[in-house]
Design a protein around this ligand. Structure first.
Ligand code: ADP
Ligand code: MG
Length: 240
């Protein structure tokens, strides 16, 4: 069953149509990349899914709930989606555990403590519970940002260039670790990147965007072996 279903998504900025009748189905527990050159519309698709655009049309369903249709647009805060950005975006004045608990408004102190313990153990950062973000490396901050996004049990995780700021040496270690955690928990994710190595390492399928359309969507092996057109082949650096 599709966890995320996007049908006929259109987005215009003034006269300029930047997303063109885009369809995308993401299965439960699947990690899918939105991969394409700068300006191809990757961030715009993410904004439409999170509800940050007031001029998107088409339909979007998540976990059986309609987020967008002709009749309605559910506000961002009522879409159960976790966001992870390039710049970590932790609250600097809160400790690691306070950051993780920030969205847990209804949880008891015991539930909060259990959530923090479980999530920090997953990323092997249990001893950093009381640390502040500035005391952590970039990779550690991004681990905290990711488990913070998991704390509220979102229906979908969205990553926008979330690993780009890290040194390559640490980046692929983190990608591998995060993929294992998401797979273990059966989390559905959309991952925006212009970096092919990241998309191939992190994702089950890759949607290649070209000027607001999906040129091809396939698993990494098939995409690489059977690019559907010249744009995809050239973008994957194979020439033709
Ligand atoms: P990507 O994330 O793939 O780099 P974007 O989704 O940011 O691409 O942008 C897609 C297109 O939409 C680009 O042509 C960009 O210039 C345009 N665009 C993005 N945001 C705005 C905006 N707020 N106003 C006008 N045009 C925009
Ligand atoms: Mg972008």
């Amino acid at each position: 069953m599709s966890q995320l279903s996007i049908k006929g998504l259109d987005v215009h900025y003034d006269q300029h149509q930047v997303i063109k009748n885009l369809d995308l189905e993401v299965q439960e527990g699947e990690i899918v990349a939105l991969f394409g050159p700068s300006g191809s519309g990757k961030s715009t698709v993410l904004k439409a899914v999170t509800g940050l655009l007031n001029h998107a049309s088409g339909s979007i369903e998540l976990a059986g709930h309609t987020l967008l249709s002709n009749e309605k647009a559910v506000p961002t805060e009522r879409r159960n989606i976790g966001l992870i950005f390039q710049d970590y975006a932790l609250f600097p004045h809160l400790t690691v555990s306070e950051n993780i608990c920030f969205g847990l408004v209804k949880a008891s102190p015991l539930e909060k403590q259990q959530t923090v313990d479980e999530l920090l153990a997953l990323v092997k950062m249990s001893e950093y519970k009381d640390a502040y973000p500035h005391q952590l490396s970039g990779g550690q901050q991004q681990r905290v940002a990711i488990v913070r996004a998991l704390a509220t049990k979102p229906d979908l995780l969205l990553f926008d260039e979330a690993f780009s700021n890290l040194d390559p040496q640490f980046r692929f270690e983190l990608i591998e670790e995060m993929r294992a955690i998401l797979k273990n928990k059966g989390i559905t994710a959309l991952f925006v990147t212009h970096n092919q190595d990241e998309a191939f390492a992190f994702c089950d399928r890759i949607a290649v965007l070209n000027h607001g359309r999906i040129a091809q969507i396939d698993n990494p092996e098939r995409l690489f072996s059977y690019p559907s057109d010249r744009f995809v082949a050239e973008f994957l650096g194979q020439g033709v």
